[in-house]
Design a protein around this ligand. Structure first.
Ligand SMILES: [Zn+2]
Length: 264
């Protein structure tokens, strides 16, 4: 056990490749069907690894951008991306998000079993897995503590889906999940009923969770949620929040699916 760069105990990520078992020796005659099969198998495995490396880079970049945008502080928040029917890449626990490197990213299966990487997955992994299990089309989940949206969560107030067209189109109403202790199955249990019918939720006294077909869409939902929360708060200080009419919402919903942001 060594000390990681944030001072927490952990293992050095540079050890990761050394810990992998050596590849099985493969003996085959060149030009044979078997050899061709192995070449294409190797090619597929290489492409899968390149894809994982690229997704790990995207996750690290996403974390840095959320930190720069003030949506998270310190080790707050976590991000995951589905890279196979039963494989998820997810941020590790404890590390500062602004310093995350692609090699810090952890691979788990849909049951949360560790499948790759030298760190431990986020303590809020269960929350992500619940979304992937209940929304098969979901490709990415983002959890952050955006200040104004979280203020609504602290107040126990949903973000209305019928005030700002962007929110109507991107995610609709964002409800508040009742409080439960972070990092425990109780938080997943409390969140589950909201997952099938929503694309984003506020977690009472905690933060927000968004998801989407890919990482860009999940992150855009998080950014837009915080932006909407700021506008709603400002409108309140002006003394009036005007809601869209049913006809206006119907007109927006007819656009659903044609918006570039909204292709789930
Ligand atoms: Zn959290």
């Amino acid at each position: 056990m060594i000390s990681t760069r944030d001072g927490r105990p952990g293992v050095a990520c540079s050890d990761r490749r050394e810990k992998l078992p050596p590849p099985e020796p493969r003996i085959s005659k060149p030009g044979s069907t078997e050899a061709e099969g192995l070449v294409s198998e190797d090619h597929t495995a290489k492409r899968a690894n390149m894809h994982r490396d690229e997704v790990s880079r995207q996750i690290a970049t996403c974390c840095r951008r959320m930190w720069e945008a003030g949506l998270i502080a310190g080790a707050d928040g976590n991000v995951s991306v589905r890279v196979g029917p039963d494989r998820i890449l997810v941020t590790p626990r404890g590390l500062l998000k602004c310093e995350l490197e692609p090699e810090d990213i952890v691979e788990v299966d849909l049951h949360g079993v560790h499948r790759g990487g030298c760190r431990q997955a986020t303590t809020e992994l269960d929350l992500h897995l619940r979304v992937y299990r209940l929304r098969r089309e979901c490709g990415a989940v983002v959890h952050a503590h955006p200040p104004t949206a979280t203020a609504f969560a602290v107040a126990g107030e949903a973000i209305a889906g019928d005030v700002l067209p962007e929110i109507t189109l991107l995610m609709g109403e964002v409800p508040v999940v009742p409080y439960a202790t972070t990092g425990t199955p109780a938080l997943g249990d409390a969140t589950e009923p909201f997952i099938p019918g929503h694309d984003a939720v506020l977690l009472a006294n905690h933060g927000a969770l968004t998801w989407g077909a890919d990482l860009a869409k999940a992150r855009i939902r998080m950014e837009s949620l915080e932006h909407a929360a700021r506008i709603l708060l400002a409108a309140r200080t002006l003394g009036r929040v005007t809601r869209l009419t049913r006809e206006q919402i119907d007109a927006l919903e007819r656009l659903r699916g044609t918006s570039p942001h909204d292709q789930y």
